[in-house]
Design a protein around this ligand. Structure first.
Ligand code: SF4
Ligand code: SF4
Length: 292
């Protein structure tokens, strides 16, 4: 990948359209009459389509997992491309202060704002995916948002249990935006209370530097042998010193949380996010002082 003026102009342009969509568009809405925003100022990173990490993910997670080239070729059947002609655009959509403040107070179920970010908020994320794809296509660039592909599916990984053909958090890790915590959330410079998205495109762009050398670098449990506050925060007992029990988590969020959210907020939404709030890594990369 080249590091010339053209690629930095392109990365600035892409960052600009993503930020202006989130900061200025009325589409970024939680669905309240006040027009309250679903997401705060985003983070953006880039990775190369031929980054060896993508091949590693496939061998580690399962053969069903797509490399950027695979999802590109599934989308543009008659186009010849090579992995080095592609780049992946990744973004982090941090939860707003209002949403985090509400969820910090919760001990068993998500707040209404948090539940809305999983429905209305994820719809904003989908609109952003479509917007980035169409803005690139208007410039003659072929682009696809893998999560919107009709071929995207949930799968079962031999090593990791519940998995899928494309993981936004793994893309964000590859794109220099954060590392995984004990609870499997991605800890970014704006914390772990967020959702993420990505687009694969035929662009030549400088990858974002990964300022870490292992996938748990920002989690205090792994770096310092301390913290573990997400273990205490989880109402389902799904987090322990050995990690995140996806089966316990899924049972809780689908059965207990799903029912509560339907009854109290009239929403079809899962995910409690308690392990993402009122923890040292909620809104930043934590340091030891944050859990003393
Ligand atoms: S709360 Fe502590 S142990 Fe859990 S992911 Fe965050 S830093 Fe790691
Ligand atoms: S999402 Fe909720 S149930 Fe799942 S690990 Fe986090 S706190 Fe526990």
């Amino acid at each position: 990948m080249k590091s010339d003026g053209l690629t930095s102009d392109l990365s600035r342009w892409i960052e600009g359209i993503i930020k202006s969509f989130i900061n200025e568009s009325p589409e970024n809405s939680l669905g309240y009459e006040t027009g309250e925003k679903a997401w705060a100022e985003p983070l953006i990173g880039f990775s190369a389509g031929d980054d060896p990490l993508y091949q590693f993910y496939k061998s580690d997670i399962g053969d069903f997992y797509w490399t950027p080239l695979e999802i590109f070729m599934k989308t543009f059947l008659s186009t010849k491309a090579t992995a080095d002609q592609l780049a992946v655009i990744s973004w982090i959509l941090p939860q707003t202060e209002a949403t985090k403040a509400d969820n910090r107070r919760q001990i068993k179920y998500p707040s209404e704002r948090w539940a809305r970010t999983r429905v209305q908020g994820e719809e904003v994320n989908n609109k952003l995916r479509r917007y980035v794809v169409s803005a690139l296509r208007e410039k003659g660039v072929k682009a696809v948002a893998p999560m919107l592909s009709p071929s995207w599916k949930q799968k079962e990984s031999e090593h990791y249990g519940f998995a899928s053909t494309w993981s936004e958090r793994h893309v964000a890790y590859a794109s220099g935006l954060g590392t995984f915590g004990l609870c499997d959330g991605l800890i970014t410079s704006k914390g772990k209370a967020m959702r993420c998205g990505s687009v694969v495109a035929t662009i030549n762009i400088q990858p974002t530097l990964r300022p870490y050398s292992n996938y748990h670098a920002y989690c205090l449990h792994f770096s310092e042998g301390t913290c573990g506050m997400c273990i205490r925060r989880c109402p389902a007992g799904a987090i322990s010193k050995v990690g995140h029990d996806k089966i316990k988590c899924r049972n809780y969020v689908h059965n207990v949380v799903g029912e509560f959210v339907k009854r109290n907020y009239s929403l079809k939404s899962y995910g409690c996010g308690l392990c993402q709030t009122r923890v040292p890594c909620e809104s930043k990369i934590p340091s030891q002082e944050d859990c003393e």
